[in-house]
Design a protein around this ligand. Structure first.
Ligand code: F6R
Length: 260
Protein backbone atom coordinates (compact mmCIF):
# COMPACT_ATOMS: atom_id res chain seq x y z
CA UNK A 1 0.00 0.00 0.00
CA UNK A 2 1.36 3.39 -0.94
CA UNK A 3 0.81 5.78 2.00
CA UNK A 4 1.17 9.44 1.03
CA UNK A 5 1.07 11.92 3.92
CA UNK A 6 0.44 15.58 3.13
CA UNK A 7 0.65 18.51 5.53
CA UNK A 8 -3.03 19.49 5.51
CA UNK A 9 -6.44 18.71 4.04
CA UNK A 10 -6.12 20.85 0.91
CA UNK A 11 -2.68 19.43 0.13
CA UNK A 12 -4.09 15.90 0.44
CA UNK A 13 -7.06 16.83 -1.78
CA UNK A 14 -4.71 18.37 -4.38
CA UNK A 15 -2.58 15.23 -4.34
CA UNK A 16 -5.64 13.01 -4.85
CA UNK A 17 -6.86 15.35 -7.63
CA UNK A 18 -3.46 15.00 -9.33
CA UNK A 19 -3.89 11.22 -9.41
CA UNK A 20 -7.43 11.40 -10.80
CA UNK A 21 -6.46 14.01 -13.41
CA UNK A 22 -3.39 12.04 -14.49
CA UNK A 23 -5.52 8.89 -14.92
CA UNK A 24 -7.98 10.73 -17.15
CA UNK A 25 -5.26 12.50 -19.13
CA UNK A 26 -3.42 9.21 -19.75
CA UNK A 27 -6.64 7.41 -20.71
CA UNK A 28 -9.48 9.82 -21.58
CA UNK A 29 -11.98 6.94 -21.70
CA UNK A 30 -10.93 5.67 -18.25
CA UNK A 31 -13.57 4.03 -16.07
CA UNK A 32 -13.64 5.81 -12.71
CA UNK A 33 -15.20 4.37 -9.58
CA UNK A 34 -16.59 7.30 -7.58
CA UNK A 35 -17.40 7.81 -3.91
CA UNK A 36 -19.59 10.26 -2.01
CA UNK A 37 -19.39 11.63 1.53
CA UNK A 38 -17.97 14.76 3.09
CA UNK A 39 -14.34 13.89 2.40
CA UNK A 40 -14.94 13.81 -1.35
CA UNK A 41 -16.60 17.25 -1.59
CA UNK A 42 -13.33 19.26 -1.65
CA UNK A 43 -11.89 16.74 -4.13
CA UNK A 44 -14.81 17.23 -6.54
CA UNK A 45 -14.55 20.98 -6.00
CA UNK A 46 -10.85 20.89 -6.92
CA UNK A 47 -11.48 18.71 -9.98
CA UNK A 48 -14.30 21.04 -11.10
CA UNK A 49 -11.96 24.02 -10.75
CA UNK A 50 -9.26 22.28 -12.76
CA UNK A 51 -11.84 21.46 -15.42
CA UNK A 52 -12.96 25.11 -15.53
CA UNK A 53 -9.31 26.13 -15.94
CA UNK A 54 -9.03 23.80 -18.96
CA UNK A 55 -6.65 21.39 -17.21
CA UNK A 56 -8.74 18.24 -17.40
CA UNK A 57 -11.68 16.91 -19.39
CA UNK A 58 -14.04 14.12 -18.40
CA UNK A 59 -15.87 14.12 -21.76
CA UNK A 60 -15.03 10.48 -22.50
CA UNK A 61 -14.82 9.23 -18.92
CA UNK A 62 -17.16 6.50 -17.73
CA UNK A 63 -18.12 6.40 -14.04
CA UNK A 64 -19.62 3.95 -11.57
CA UNK A 65 -20.45 5.12 -8.07
CA UNK A 66 -19.90 2.86 -5.10
CA UNK A 67 -23.31 2.99 -3.55
CA UNK A 68 -26.81 4.40 -3.16
CA UNK A 69 -29.40 4.33 -0.38
CA UNK A 70 -32.28 1.93 -0.86
CA UNK A 71 -35.62 3.70 -1.00
CA UNK A 72 -34.38 7.02 -2.36
CA UNK A 73 -35.21 7.86 -5.98
CA UNK A 74 -32.53 9.70 -7.99
CA UNK A 75 -34.37 13.04 -7.57
CA UNK A 76 -34.39 12.80 -3.75
CA UNK A 77 -32.21 15.64 -2.42
CA UNK A 78 -30.35 13.26 -0.06
CA UNK A 79 -29.73 10.58 -2.71
CA UNK A 80 -26.21 10.00 -3.92
CA UNK A 81 -27.52 10.68 -7.43
CA UNK A 82 -28.29 14.24 -6.28
CA UNK A 83 -24.96 14.53 -4.46
CA UNK A 84 -23.05 13.53 -7.60
CA UNK A 85 -24.98 15.89 -9.86
CA UNK A 86 -24.44 18.85 -7.54
CA UNK A 87 -20.86 18.12 -6.48
CA UNK A 88 -19.43 16.96 -9.79
CA UNK A 89 -21.46 15.87 -12.81
CA UNK A 90 -23.16 19.24 -13.39
CA UNK A 91 -19.85 21.06 -13.02
CA UNK A 92 -17.72 19.16 -15.53
CA UNK A 93 -18.13 17.92 -19.10
CA UNK A 94 -18.86 14.29 -18.24
CA UNK A 95 -21.56 12.74 -20.46
CA UNK A 96 -24.51 11.90 -18.14
CA UNK A 97 -25.19 8.74 -20.15
CA UNK A 98 -21.75 7.44 -19.15
CA UNK A 99 -22.36 7.93 -15.42
CA UNK A 100 -23.77 5.11 -13.34
CA UNK A 101 -25.11 4.78 -9.81
CA UNK A 102 -27.12 1.91 -8.35
CA UNK A 103 -30.87 2.64 -8.38
CA UNK A 104 -32.04 2.96 -4.79
CA UNK A 105 -35.66 2.87 -5.96
CA UNK A 106 -35.35 -0.29 -8.08
CA UNK A 107 -38.41 -2.53 -7.64
CA UNK A 108 -36.07 -5.50 -7.18
CA UNK A 109 -32.93 -4.16 -5.46
CA UNK A 110 -31.20 -7.55 -5.53
CA UNK A 111 -31.60 -7.79 -9.28
CA UNK A 112 -30.47 -4.17 -9.60
CA UNK A 113 -27.31 -5.04 -7.64
CA UNK A 114 -26.54 -7.99 -9.93
CA UNK A 115 -27.18 -5.83 -13.02
CA UNK A 116 -24.84 -3.16 -11.66
CA UNK A 117 -22.05 -5.66 -11.19
CA UNK A 118 -22.63 -6.92 -14.75
CA UNK A 119 -22.56 -3.35 -16.11
CA UNK A 120 -19.16 -2.76 -14.51
CA UNK A 121 -17.87 -5.91 -16.19
CA UNK A 122 -19.34 -4.89 -19.56
CA UNK A 123 -17.52 -1.55 -19.25
CA UNK A 124 -14.26 -3.47 -18.91
CA UNK A 125 -13.85 -3.02 -15.14
CA UNK A 126 -12.81 0.01 -13.14
CA UNK A 127 -9.48 1.69 -13.83
CA UNK A 128 -9.35 3.88 -10.72
CA UNK A 129 -11.62 3.44 -7.72
CA UNK A 130 -11.97 6.43 -5.40
CA UNK A 131 -12.70 5.58 -1.79
CA UNK A 132 -13.37 7.27 1.52
CA UNK A 133 -13.30 5.40 4.83
CA UNK A 134 -15.88 5.24 7.60
CA UNK A 135 -14.84 5.67 11.23
CA UNK A 136 -15.69 1.99 11.67
CA UNK A 137 -13.42 1.00 8.77
CA UNK A 138 -16.10 0.63 6.09
CA UNK A 139 -15.40 1.22 2.40
CA UNK A 140 -18.40 1.80 0.19
CA UNK A 141 -21.10 0.60 2.58
CA UNK A 142 -19.24 -2.61 3.40
CA UNK A 143 -19.69 -2.48 7.13
CA UNK A 144 -17.54 -4.46 9.62
CA UNK A 145 -17.88 -8.23 9.04
CA UNK A 146 -18.76 -7.71 5.34
CA UNK A 147 -17.40 -10.62 3.33
CA UNK A 148 -14.08 -9.79 1.76
CA UNK A 149 -15.33 -11.81 -1.24
CA UNK A 150 -18.54 -9.78 -1.60
CA UNK A 151 -19.87 -8.29 -4.83
CA UNK A 152 -22.50 -5.57 -5.35
CA UNK A 153 -25.44 -6.30 -3.08
CA UNK A 154 -27.69 -4.92 -0.37
CA UNK A 155 -26.11 -4.08 2.97
CA UNK A 156 -27.74 -3.11 6.26
CA UNK A 157 -26.10 0.01 7.65
CA UNK A 158 -24.78 0.02 11.21
CA UNK A 159 -26.23 2.50 13.69
CA UNK A 160 -22.85 4.28 13.78
CA UNK A 161 -22.94 4.82 10.00
CA UNK A 162 -26.56 5.97 10.23
CA UNK A 163 -25.56 8.40 13.00
CA UNK A 164 -22.76 9.74 10.80
CA UNK A 165 -25.19 10.21 7.87
CA UNK A 166 -28.02 11.55 10.00
CA UNK A 167 -26.82 15.13 9.45
CA UNK A 168 -28.25 15.02 5.91
CA UNK A 169 -31.73 13.89 6.97
CA UNK A 170 -34.49 15.37 9.13
CA UNK A 171 -34.21 12.68 11.81
CA UNK A 172 -32.39 9.47 12.67
CA UNK A 173 -35.55 7.52 11.81
CA UNK A 174 -35.55 8.94 8.29
CA UNK A 175 -31.88 8.07 7.77
CA UNK A 176 -31.84 5.06 5.44
CA UNK A 177 -31.14 1.62 6.90
CA UNK A 178 -30.13 -0.14 3.71
CA UNK A 179 -27.92 0.56 0.72
CA UNK A 180 -26.85 -1.08 -2.52
CA UNK A 181 -23.07 -1.11 -2.46
CA UNK A 182 -20.24 -2.50 -4.50
CA UNK A 183 -18.73 -5.39 -2.54
CA UNK A 184 -15.22 -5.63 -1.18
CA UNK A 185 -14.26 -7.98 -4.01
CA UNK A 186 -15.78 -5.57 -6.56
CA UNK A 187 -13.53 -2.84 -5.16
CA UNK A 188 -10.48 -5.12 -5.12
CA UNK A 189 -11.11 -6.00 -8.79
CA UNK A 190 -10.46 -2.39 -9.83
CA UNK A 191 -7.07 -1.85 -11.47
CA UNK A 192 -6.09 0.85 -8.95
CA UNK A 193 -7.60 2.22 -5.75
CA UNK A 194 -7.22 5.71 -4.31
CA UNK A 195 -8.44 6.21 -0.75
CA UNK A 196 -8.59 9.75 0.62
CA UNK A 197 -8.92 10.32 4.38
CA UNK A 198 -8.65 13.62 6.21
CA UNK A 199 -9.12 14.72 9.81
CA UNK A 200 -8.40 13.23 13.22
CA UNK A 201 -11.74 11.38 13.36
CA UNK A 202 -10.41 8.96 10.72
CA UNK A 203 -7.03 8.30 12.35
CA UNK A 204 -7.95 5.05 14.13
CA UNK A 205 -9.72 3.57 11.10
CA UNK A 206 -6.75 4.53 8.90
CA UNK A 207 -4.31 2.80 11.27
CA UNK A 208 -6.43 -0.36 11.28
CA UNK A 209 -6.65 -0.29 7.48
CA UNK A 210 -2.92 0.20 6.87
CA UNK A 211 -1.24 -1.51 9.81
CA UNK A 212 -3.90 -3.69 11.43
CA UNK A 213 -4.62 -7.32 10.67
CA UNK A 214 -6.38 -8.17 7.41
CA UNK A 215 -9.88 -8.68 8.76
CA UNK A 216 -13.53 -8.34 7.83
CA UNK A 217 -13.81 -6.44 11.14
CA UNK A 218 -12.16 -3.58 9.21
CA UNK A 219 -13.25 -3.99 5.57
CA UNK A 220 -10.80 -1.29 4.44
CA UNK A 221 -7.93 -3.58 5.53
CA UNK A 222 -8.76 -5.64 2.43
CA UNK A 223 -6.86 -2.96 0.49
CA UNK A 224 -3.71 -4.64 1.88
CA UNK A 225 -4.42 -7.30 -0.76
CA UNK A 226 -4.56 -4.81 -3.64
CA UNK A 227 -1.40 -4.47 -5.71
CA UNK A 228 -2.08 -0.80 -6.57
CA UNK A 229 -3.71 0.87 -3.58
CA UNK A 230 -2.76 4.45 -2.77
CA UNK A 231 -3.85 6.05 0.49
CA UNK A 232 -3.68 9.85 0.60
CA UNK A 233 -3.83 11.34 4.09
CA UNK A 234 -3.48 14.65 5.81
CA UNK A 235 -1.33 14.73 8.94
CA UNK A 236 -4.35 14.36 11.25
CA UNK A 237 -5.69 11.26 9.53
CA UNK A 238 -2.17 9.80 9.69
CA UNK A 239 -2.01 10.54 13.44
CA UNK A 240 -2.38 6.95 14.72
CA UNK A 241 0.00 5.25 12.26
CA UNK A 242 3.07 3.70 13.86
CA UNK A 243 5.33 3.76 10.82
CA UNK A 244 4.85 7.41 9.80
CA UNK A 245 8.62 7.92 9.56
CA UNK A 246 8.90 5.04 7.12
CA UNK A 247 6.08 6.30 4.87
CA UNK A 248 7.63 9.77 4.84
CA UNK A 249 11.01 8.30 3.90
CA UNK A 250 9.55 6.24 1.05
CA UNK A 251 7.22 9.02 -0.16
CA UNK A 252 8.76 12.33 0.88
CA UNK A 253 6.13 15.11 0.93
CA UNK A 254 3.62 12.62 -0.43
CA UNK A 255 5.48 12.05 -3.70
CA UNK A 256 5.11 8.72 -5.49
CA UNK A 257 8.59 7.39 -4.76
CA UNK A 258 11.79 8.74 -3.33
CA UNK A 259 13.11 8.87 -6.91
CA UNK A 260 10.41 11.24 -8.28
C1 F6R B 1 -19.87 6.78 0.19
C2 F6R B 1 -18.87 5.85 0.72
C3 F6R B 1 -18.52 5.84 2.19
C4 F6R B 1 -17.81 7.11 2.62
C5 F6R B 1 -17.45 7.04 4.09
C6 F6R B 1 -16.77 8.30 4.58
O1 F6R B 1 -19.97 6.62 -1.21
O2 F6R B 1 -18.35 5.11 -0.01
O3 F6R B 1 -17.70 4.73 2.43
O4 F6R B 1 -16.65 7.28 1.85
O5 F6R B 1 -18.60 6.81 4.84
O6 F6R B 1 -17.70 9.34 4.56
P1 F6R B 1 -17.26 10.82 4.96
O7 F6R B 1 -16.30 11.26 3.94
O8 F6R B 1 -18.55 11.60 4.94
O9 F6R B 1 -16.65 10.72 6.31
Amino acid sequence: MKVLILPDEQAAVDRAADIVARTVRDAPDAVLGLATGGTMLPLYETLAQRHAAGDVSFARTVSFNLDEYIGLPPEHPCSYHSYMREAFFDRVDIDPSRTHLPRGDAPDPQAAARDYEAAIERAGGIDLQLLGIGRNGHIGFNEPTASLGSRTRIKTLTDSTRQANRRYFDSFDETPRYAITMGVATILASRACLLLATGAAKADAVARMVEGPLSAACPASALQLHAKATVVLDREAAGALELVGYYETVHPEGRDTVFD
